[in-house]
Design a protein around this ligand. Structure first.
Ligand code: FAD
Ligand code: DHB
Length: 393
């Protein structure tokens, strides 16, 4: 099998890249090792930055998002039983975010790709086994499809295959540099059939640990609790989860947490990870294949979108002008944005979580950092700018 751009992985990065290339008249093939239902149901991110929304719209994938997505103009920080609202448009010159789940972004992009785009092989488990020849003119991606082994020959190979994928392994040891940090806690996430108890997201710092109130729609709540790393979701009973959420989200006013049937429970580990560079010869990495952020800043999906927008633009530029200038700049361009997101996600994580070895000094510092945000327009603007996202280019 031959194509121009061989894409490994049909998560948000691979699907959006295929869509952007299709719109620019560049052929691609997407290989995905899981089945369609799995990719469409995998509960993950929920917040789209303004820039991601604009890109999806421009790619002709914004119709349902514009109908069903919820525009949010702020978040609430909760600490010491107090509430502080951060007003995004007022602080950033009009920017906001949109609540529209990753599952829905993927469903929309898959439907468009199958209707209009190049091959998207996943129904029968198209698993890429490796990337070969990245340093030559035609990289090769051996893959397994419907039980048989085949090879995808391409001009460019792109690893959009997430943290556990194969593409990163094709970088020679002497080229790869990895920067990482793990955290001694994780998130227990639930989906519940109950209207969200607040109309904006609530990020809470509590001495028992972090809690987050989010949503998927006006009728479905998404909530998270900080739990120790290695926790099994089955260890937590439904009522126990609601009791703990209530404790951590409690305020001094008459705010109440509404409970409802829990339909899904899962635990997400937390890590910061960056692989440099993001390009080797004709192999490019995008999204979680190259970097992971802890979820507290809601940056993972948005970073993946930023990478593939940069890459699509560079591939189109090369095709139109013959100049590899933007492809050569790909890694450095993305890494500037990636490290800003790493910084912000780390700051939000350490601001709101309780480390198991936290001292009373650490707790006082967290409170001082929160009070600074609540009382200084400069500090609050810094948070609002990073949360709503820096320009994608
Ligand atoms: P992925 O979505 O991981 O997609 C990679 C795809 O490649 C997968 O479909 C995988 O099956 C496929 N693949 C892997 N190996 C191969 C192979 N060899 N051959 C073919 N296909 C392959 N971000 C937030 O902002 N908020 C959140 O709440 C949040 N929660 C998360 C929860 C979990 C459990 C995880 C893992 C991530 C979460 N994230 C969250 C991060 C966000 O979902 C990711 O940043 C985003 O999915 C990145 O998209 P991606 O396309 O780069 O990678
Ligand atoms: C969601 C996830 C996040 O990581 C976050 O910071 C906000 C919301 C969510 O899944 O809704």
């Amino acid at each position: 099998m031959r194509t121009t751009v061989g894409i490994i992985g049909a998560g948000p990065a691979g699907l959006l890249l295929a869509r952007l290339l299709h719109r620019a008249g560049i052929e691609s093939v997407v290989l995905e090792s899981r089945d369609r239902a799995y990719v469409e149901r995998r509960q993950r991110a929920g917040i789209l930055e303004q820039g991601t929304v604009d890109v999806l719209r421009a790619a002709g994938a914004g119709e349902r998002m514009d109908r069903e997505g919820l525009r949010h103009d702020g978040i609430e920080l909760r600490f010491d039983r107090r509430r502080h609202r951060v007003d995004f448009p007022g602080l950033t010159g009009g920017r906001s975010v949109t609540v529209y789940a990753q599952t829905e972004v993927c469903k929309d992009l898959i439907a468009l790709q199958l209707e209009e785009g190049g091959p998207l092989l996943f129904e029968a488990e198209a698993e890429a086994l490796a990337v070969e020849g990245a340093e030559g003119d035609r990289p090769r991606i051996p893959f397994r499809y419907q039980g048989r082994e085949d090879v995808l020959e391409c001009e460019y190979a792109v690893g959009c295959d997430g943290f556990w994928g194969v593409a990163r392994k094709a970088f020679p040891g002497g080229v790869s540099r990895v920067f990482e940090r793990s955290y001694p806690y994780a998130w227990l996430g639930i989906l519940a059939d109950v209207a969200p108890s607040h109309d904006e997201l609530v990020y809470a710092r509590h001495e028992r640990g972090f809690a987050l109130l989010s949503m998927r729609s006006p009728a479905v709540s998404r909530l998270y609790l900080q739990v120790p790393a290695g926790t099994d979701a089955g260890q937590w009973g439904d009522e126990e989860i609601w009791d703990e959420l209530e404790r951590r989200l409690e305020t001094d006013d008459d705010w109440r947490l509404e409970r409802g049937p829990i339909t899904q429970k899962s635990v997400t580990p937390m890590r910061s990870f960056v692989h440099e560079p993001m390009r080797h010869g004709r192999l490019f990495l995008a999204g979680d294949a190259a970097h992971i952020v802890p979820p507290t800043g809601a940056k993972g999906l948005n970073l993946a979108a930023g990478d593939v927008v940069t890459l699509a633009r560079a591939l189109v530029h090369e095709r139109e002008t013959g100049s590899p200038e933007l492809l050569d700049a790909y890694s450095a361009t993305c890494l500037r944005r990636v490290w800003q997101a790493e910084r912000f996600s780390y700051d939000m994580t350490t601001l709101l979580h309780r480390a198991p070895d936290a001292t009373p000094f650490d707790a006082r510092l967290q409170r001082a950092r929160l009070e600074r945000i609540a009382s200084s327009r400069a500090a609050e603007t810094d948070l609002a700018e990073a949360y709503t996202g820096f320009p994608l280019a």
